[in-house]
Design a protein around this ligand. Structure first.
Ligand code: FAD
Length: 292
């Protein structure tokens, strides 16, 4: 199938209007942002919404605001805008690492962070990034607004806490001192989805030990961060041996499946190798932070 089933189309003018339209048109209405996940699903008839509610005119969803203790990113922020942002690169280099390897410029010019998290594809890169950075997701509903941690937001493949009648409006990234983060992905060809990817963030204590750490894996069958792998780092002085130990634990926690992108052993090997590398790069970035 290359043509979607028939649907009606309406453009929302504000968050309140989008919520009102979602309520009015019922359970078969779907929000569209960049359309780079929803339209392919509609063409394959995996999604058959009766109504498409276009949120691209909703200016409130476009903001990118640096607060003293967090970066607030509007849900409609495009991949390309995240990649172009100096603030994003300075505070969270892991986002730039990931955005450089998400699809191609055509997709990055339209696809949004809200759509990526909303789609929750198991090979999607920004869910891992948001897990690693302890992002919090703002969800608007007719009853008001709530802010949920990634652990509560991401429920599994194609499933999130954002209900059909709700809207993701903002992603909030906490800003903490002495932080470094990195992401690395192996793909079969440029612009492809991940064979495997890993992300890590380290927050260092003043004495040079690891105050806090998170490790996340993409396309490796792990929902949420690799908690046990990160735990061995906390309170310790970083070393290659320590990072190798954490990397092996991350690989052990992964649960890859064999598919056209590779066999299980290969993917588990990538889990360990990529984790080791991103920990090293995160440490380097924590020691040499980018200046404003
Ligand atoms: C060829 C190709 C290659 C790609 N490669 C990669 C890749 O390597 N890595 C990667 O991570 N992604 C990849 N993607 C996906 C891309 O990043 C998409 O942009 C992204 O998944 C969806 O963003 P979107 O804005 O296009 O969402 P849409 O397609 O508009 O929406 C996706 C889903 O999210 C919902 N939604 C959208 N916005 C909101 C909101 N604000 N609140 C609530 N629900 C919302 C929609 O209703 C829909 O269910 C690729 C896509 C293509 C077409």
């Amino acid at each position: 199938m290359q043509v979607p089933a028939p649907f009606d189309y309406v453009r929302a003018t504000s968050v309140a209007n989008a919520l009102e339209l979602l309520e009015r048109h019922g359970p078969e209405a779907r929000v569209i942002a960049g359309g780079h996940s929803l339209l392919p699903m509609m063409k394959l008839r995996l999604a058959r919404p009766d109504w498409i509610i276009d949120i691209n005119d909703v200016a409130e969803l476009h903001a990118l605001t640096e607060e003293p203790d967090e970066l607030r990113v509007g849900a409609l922020t495009r991949h390309a805008e995240l990649l172009d942002s100096d603030v994003v690169g300075r505070l969270f280099p892991i986002i730039h690492d990931a955005e450089r390897v998400i699809a191609d410029p055509v997709v990055r010019n339209r696809g949004t962070i809200g759509g990526s998290l909303g789609q929750a594809d198991p090979a999607e890169d920004l869910t891992t990034v948001c897990d690693v950075l302890h992002a919090r997701i703002v969800i608007a509903s007719p009853g008001g607004e709530r802010v949920v941690d990634m652990a509560d937001f991401h429920r599994g493949p194609y499933e999130t806490a954002c209900e059909q009648h709700e809207l993701i409006t903002e992603i909030r990234f906490p800003v903490r001192p002495r932080a470094g983060s990195a992401y690395e992905k192996v793909e079969r060809r440029v612009g492809d989805w991940a064979v495997a990817a890993a992300g890590a963030a380290l927050w260092m204590a003043e004495d040079g030990t690891v105050a806090d750490a998170t490790i996340g894996l993409t396309a490796l069958g792990l929902e949420g961060p690799a908690v046990e792998a990160a735990a061995v780092l906390i309170g310790e002085r970083p070393s290659e041996d320590l990072f190798a130990e954490a990397a092996d634990l991350a690989a052990a926690a992964s649960s890859p499946i064999e598919d056209q992108r590779g066999p299980v052993d290969y993917k588990r090997h990538l889990a360990a190798e990529l984790t080791r590398r991103v920990l090293g790069r995160a440490l380097d970035r924590a020691a040499h932070p980018a200046v404003a």
